[in-house]
Design a protein around this ligand. Structure first.
Ligand SMILES: [Zn+2]
Length: 298
């Protein structure tokens, strides 16, 4: 009995160490492949999309690989004690699994709540990095949010609960070339005013005033923090419908994002029942129009 147990332990030792090494190698390979794939992408927009789709996932896989490696490695330590009785073998295994699970759980929480702000910074860098016109080689400029606004697809206009799409419009001032990039609005997480995490996400959109061919519409975006569940609303303008689909007409006076002094206006209303309501606007004009119109509902 004693002999077979120690023989088993010897095999276990080799087995766990080899697997632990393999798990570390797997983690390193995933990390390197991720970095290689990212740097092989030339287009900034595609880099952005790649990060959005893969970055958190890949980093999480790397962490899992290392956690598994550590779990397996712990199963090879304190051999002298484990030799005494098989009970210690299970005690060691239990502690190892608990520790591994804890690491994976904590990193899951970090990837879900803390990492998005880091990722957003990384993604923003590629989203706003000046584009170069492939035809002329000129550096392009990004139109301000006010001008590009929200362009809804034909089919989406009538729907109430649509998730908007953000368009970035890059203009080559010399040649007049336009490059339009589409970003899913719901992917972007904003900073939560209550908990400070960048976990405020778009959950619902309501069109309160439908746009026509001649007038702008208005839409309320409802956000909720995925961490502390705080809510917030924001009113945005929906651009006039363009006659021809997917045709973007440049405004007469170009107004670029870099010229804007005010990025965002936040209005916090402290209501008598102790509640607070926070509204965000992309310009002072929008904010003052909102205040003029504001009536306390309910
Ligand atoms: Zn929050």
């Amino acid at each position: 009995m004693e002999f077979t147990y120690s023989k088993f332990l010897a095999i276990w030792q080799v087995f766990a160490l080899v697997l632990s090494g393999l798990a570390i190698v797997t983690g390193i390979v995933i990390f390197i492949l991720h970095k290689l794939r990212f740097s092989s992408i030339r287009d900034y927009k595609q880099k952005y999309d790649y990060l959005a789709a893969n970055d958190s996932k890949m980093i999480y896989y790397v962490i899992i690989s290392f956690a598994v490696a550590l779990t397996l490695f712990i199963n090879t330590v304190y051999n002298a004690t484990v030799q005494i009785s098989y009970v210690w073998f299970f005690v060691r295994m239990f502690i190892a699994i608990c520790l591994g699970t804890l690491i994976i759980y904590i990193s899951y929480l970090m990837m879900k709540f803390a990492y998005p702000s880091t990722l957003e910074k990384k993604m923003k860098k590629w989203r706003y990095k000046p584009r170069v016109n492939k035809k002329t080689g000129n550096v392009m400029k990004l139109l301000s949010e006010e001008e590009e606004d929200v362009h809804l697809d034909e089919g989406m206009q009538a729907e109430e609960n649509v998730f908007s799409v953000d368009y970035d419009v890059w203009v080559d001032e010399e040649s007049g070339d336009v490059q339009i990039e589409k970003y899913p609005g719901h992917l972007i997480a904003h900073q939560c005013n209550s908990c400070g995490f960048k976990t405020m996400k778009l959950v619902k959109e309501e069109i309160i005033l439908a746009p026509t061919e001649h007038t702008d519409g208005e839409m309320i975006k409802n956000y909720q923090c995925s961490y502390c569940k705080a809510k917030r609303t924001k009113t945005v303008k929906v651009a006039k419908l363009s006659q021809t689909e997917s045709h973007y007409e440049l405004p007469v006076h170009l107004h670029f994002k870099e010229e804007e002094k005010v990025n965002m206006v936040t209005i916090e209303l402290n209501i008598s029942n102790g509640k607070t309501k926070i509204y965000e606007f992309t310009s002072t004009k929008q904010a003052s129009e909102f205040l003029k119109e504001y009536k306390l509902e309910d």
